[in-house]
Every structure is written in structure tokens, then in C-alpha cells.
Design a protein around this ligand. Structure first.
Ligand code: ZN
Length: 219
């Protein structure tokens, strides 16, 4: 796949992903980005090699009996979703296709506002909500800031905010205090994967009358 991504996870995140220590929800987003981004796939390969080099240079330790089994059990429980470029019709990353198959809370899009639909995933993550958001062509989302971290990967189409245009594969992190107002591109709908660590807070002057963006009722 051609590399069109302009926005990438940083090396620390890739390193944690490589080591298997990144939390599941952001790992799903990194894995989705890797589907689109040959640059980060190459970087991950380098980091994997550094990791295995460090392992092979480490002093061998006397292991208690059963240690190997324990390590393997831990590896299994924190196993990363494999990065695989597949030829699905919708061209979604493998991690997303897998979620769509097994983890949708509801089989249909749920309307959040006049221009945004959501499909949530059940991932067993208490501190993160993982979902697809669909912004209709030219659709505006409410201006909002964030209480927690928000990871976003553009899967289809593009959207923009005050700072830039984000296209397929782009990986974004919003920090608490970041305020933005995403807008769908005029030429088609935009679908994003997101992992949110806390509910979004509206900054609209009437925000106090409204529910958090994610729980807004159909308009
Ligand atoms: Zn990248």
C-alpha cells in the first residue's frame, strides 16, 4: 500500500508496541496505522531487531521451574493483534476487520449528531472506548476538548480541523486540553477508528445543556 500518512505514532509508542507493553486500545490504533504506513512498519522491524538483540545479549539467569510456562502464558494474554495487509473489499486493516467481525456492540451505526455516526466495539477495556466514527461529507462535529487521551486513525476519506487535513492512515493523538472541531471532507464520508480514554467535553457555550459529545442524542 502506498504510504500517504503524514502523521505517525512516535518511536516511544512503536517501542512499547514492539515490546507488547502498550495498552490494547492504543495498540489497535497503532496496528491500524501500520496497515497504511510502510515507514512505521520498517521502523517497527528495526525496533523488533534491537529488542531481540538486547534479549540475546542479556546475562542468562537461572530460572525457577515453570518460569517458561509463565512467560508464555503472559505473552498469550498480552498478545498483539498481528499486522497483516489483507485484500478485504473495504480495505480495512486486519485489526479493524477482526473487531468488526467479533466485537461490534451493535450491527448498525448509531447517530450521534446530524453529521456523525458511531459504531462501538466491545474490547474488554475499562479505561478506553474503542469505536468507529463516520463523519458525513462536509459534516461538522461539535467543537470539543478532551479530558483524556484520544487516538484516531483515518481509515477512509479525510477530515480537517483548524490545524491540518488528515488522510487515510494518519495517526493522531489528542491530549487533555486540546480543543478542535473536526470537519468531514466535501468529497465523501470519512471513517475513523478511535480510542478514547475519557468522555469528550463540549466547549460550546451551551455545552452545559448537552450531554458529552459521545452520548449526544440524535438531532
Ligand atoms: Zn507511520
Amino acid at each position: 500500500m502506498n504510504n500517504t500518512s503524514q502523521f505517525h505514532p512516535d518511536d516511544t509508542m512503536l517501542l512499547e508496541f514492539s515490546a507488547g507493553t502498550l495498552a490494547t486500545a492504543p495498540s489497535i490504533c497503532v496496528s491500524a496505522h501500520l496497515h497504511f504506513c510502510s515507514k512505521c512498519r520498517a521502523q517497527l522491524l528495526r525496533l523488533d531487531q534491537v529488542g531481540s538483540q538486547l534479549m540475546s545479549e542479556a546475562e542468562p539467569l537461572e530460572l525457577e521451574e515453570g518460569t517458561f510456562d509463565k512467560v508464555m502464558a503472559n505473552l498469550d494474554s498480552s498478545q498483539q493483534i498481528p499486522v497483516k495487509v489483507d485484500s478485504q473489499q473495504n480495505n480495512y486493516p486486519f485489526s479493524v476487520t477482526k473487531l468488526l467481525k467479533n466485537n461490534l456492540v451493535s450491527q448498525t451505526w448509531k447517530r450521534l449528531s446530524s453529521s456523525v455516526d458511531v459504531a462501538r466495539f466491545e474490547t474488554g477495556q475499562e479505561d478506553f472506548e474503542v469505536a468507529l466514527h463516520k463523519i458525513c461529507a462536509g459534516g461538522k462535529t461539535p467543537k470539543h476538548d478532551h479530558h483524556g487521551l484520544e487516538y484516531t486513525v483515518v481509515l477512509k476519506g479525510s477530515f480537517s480541523d483548524e490545524n491540518a487535513v488528515y488522510r487515510e492512515g494518519d495517526f493522531l493523538i489528542r491530549q487533555p486540553g486540546d480543543v478542535h472541531q473536526p470537519m468531514g471532507a466535501q468529497n465523501g464520508e470519512c471513517i475513523c477508528l478511535s480510542a478514547l480514554s475519557a468522555p469528550i467535553k463540549l466547549t460550546n457555550p451551551l455545552g452545559f445543556l448537552m450531554k458529552p459529545w459521545l452520548r449526544i442524542n440524535p438531532m
